[in-house]
Write a protein that binds this ligand. Structure first.
Ligand code: 13P
Ligand code: SF4
Length: 374
């Protein structure tokens, strides 16, 4: 199944790579990537999310989490072409934040995100109508996680809200409570709950879970009226897998290990970890820890494996015994990157991500609000 990219009608599609991709076994792939990047020179910039494969990260001019990459896209005015090695919602955000002359390319259009697909624009509009019907929409500020379609970001911008990432979710939620009485947090229930309870000191009972597949979100009007945070029923299929049992087992297996997890993990996992942090914070925590430290890390496997290699003086292991990559992040491989870069060298722009102007306009309001958060 194609995720995200295929499902979103608000971005235009590019040319298919079918039959044109170099074989993964092609031994000249690295040289071809070096040659194509050199030929494109300063016209092109490659952005790489930390969850990308090593073979792709090797060609990134900037490596970052979704916040850092959004900032990099917003600040760069020189590169005419931005190869976004990440997933579809990130490429959409880069397109919205760059100028009209800059073009964003996603090397594989099937690199979507199952979490972003858990909130469609029409479901979110239906939810807002439910809130309107009981007269709470006017006091509710929507906050949407970066991991959402451009259409959801546009809804958020139109309704005076902001985008957030895992590195600024607490700041975004505090900002929202200065403006309104309630927050509608989309689409990651875990990041929303963890932020509300662990960062803002709210109670679990202050949060309700809105299920878009049920009438009225599966809630009574009073439950919605009494809630401070309305959490959307979405989650990350990668971070949502980590469990309390994983923590128990790793603590038994490695004496003195510290558990370090991303806030997209379930609330009981986050509550029982030693350190919780965004992707950038996870990297910083391991890097700055003392030699000999032991870390069990609950985030995407490409990053955990890289952390282990880049910190040879520490022990870094994956929190789960079963290894699991983000399958859509992994769609971007060297053959796709080489194909996209060589096509451009040959004069053909492929896989451009172009958000429709009417969607981009309001999505930018919500993205700019995030970038302006104190
Ligand atoms: P960050 O890059 O904001 O940490 O998000 C994690 C993630 O799941 C990206 O898809
Ligand atoms: Fe989406 Fe989770 Fe993969 Fe990030 S790690 S792209 S949130 S499925």
């Amino acid at each position: 199944m194609l995720l995200g990219a295929a499902a979103d009608p608000n971005s235009e599609r590019g040319v298919s790579c079918e039959g044109q991709l170099p074989a993964a076994s092609d031994e000249s792939l690295v040289e071809r990537a070096i040659a194509a990047k050199k030929a494109l020179g300063s016209k092109a910039m490659v952005l790489g999310h930390h969850y990308q494969r090593d073979e792709v990260i090797a060609f990134a001019d900037i490596r970052g989490d979704s916040f850092k990459l959004a900032q990099a896209a917003a600040e760069n005015k020189q590169a005419e072409f931005i190869f976004f090695c990440g997933v579809h919602f990130m490429a959409e955000s880069a397109d919205i934040l760059t100028t009209d002359n800059q073009k964003v390319i996603l090397p594989d259009l099937a690199a979507g995100c199952s979490m972003a697909d858990m909130a469609t624009a029409s479901q979110v509009e239906d939810c807002w109508q439910v809130l309107n019907k009981i007269s709470v929409a006017g006091k509710t500020i929507p906050i949407t996680y970066m991991n959402s379609s451009a259409a959801i970001k546009a809804f958020t911008g139109k309704n005076n809200g902001a985008v957030c990432t895992s590195s600024n979710a607490a700041r975004a939620m505090k900002w929202a409570f200065e403006k309104g009485e309630k927050v509608l947090f989309l689409p990651d229930q875990h990041l929303g709950r963890n932020t509300a309870v662990l960062s803002l000191g709210l109670k679990l009972s202050d949060c309700v879970l809105y299920n878009p597949w049920k009438p009225n979100g599966g809630l009574t009007d009073d439950q919605i009226k009494n809630a401070k945070v309305i959490l959307w029923r979405g989650h990350c299929s990668v971070h949502g897998r980590f469990s309390l049992e994983n923590i128990k087992q790793v603590r038994e297996r490695i004496a003195g290990v510290k558990v370090l997890v991303h806030p997209e993990c379930q609330h009981d996992v986050v509550s029982n970890a030693d350190v919780v942090g965004s992707t950038e914070m996870i990297i910083k925590t391991v890097k700055e820890s003392a030699a000999g430290s032991k870390w069990a890390v609950g985030t995407e496997l490409n990053l955990v494996q890289r952390l282990a290699i880049e910190n040879p003086d520490k022990q870094v292991v994956f929190l789960d015994k079963t290894l699991c990559y983000c399958s859509t992040m992994n769609r971007i491989d060297l053959p796709h990157l080489v194909w996209a870069m060589e096509s451009l060298v040959g004069g053909q722009l492929v896989n451009q991500i172009k958000v429709k102007p009417e969607v981009a306009k309001y999505a930018k309001v919500a993205l700019d609000q995030m970038l302006a958060l104190p």
